[in-house]
Write a protein that binds this ligand. Structure first.
Ligand SMILES: [Zn+2]
Length: 60
């Protein structure tokens, strides 16, 4: 979807920008057959499409 992001995504984007991260170039990191969030290092099942801890996802 290329439409306007919801308010949560907008807030997260602003949060990430404030921290100086490039949100377009990050991908999941692999750890023990799970996905690891590059933002907060939380581990997720390989089927996860976004981080349930900080809300990060690799599609933005
Ligand atoms: Zn995270």
């Amino acid at each position: 979807m290329a439409t306007a992001p919801n308010s949560d995504d907008a807030l997260l984007d602003q949060f990430l920008k404030n921290r100086g991260h490039d949100t377009d170039s990050l991908e999941w990191e692999a750890s023990y057959n799970k996905k690891q969030c590059p933002e907060c290092s939380a581990l997720h099942q390989s089927s996860a499409s976004k981080c349930s801890v900080c809300g990060w996802n690799p599609e933005r």
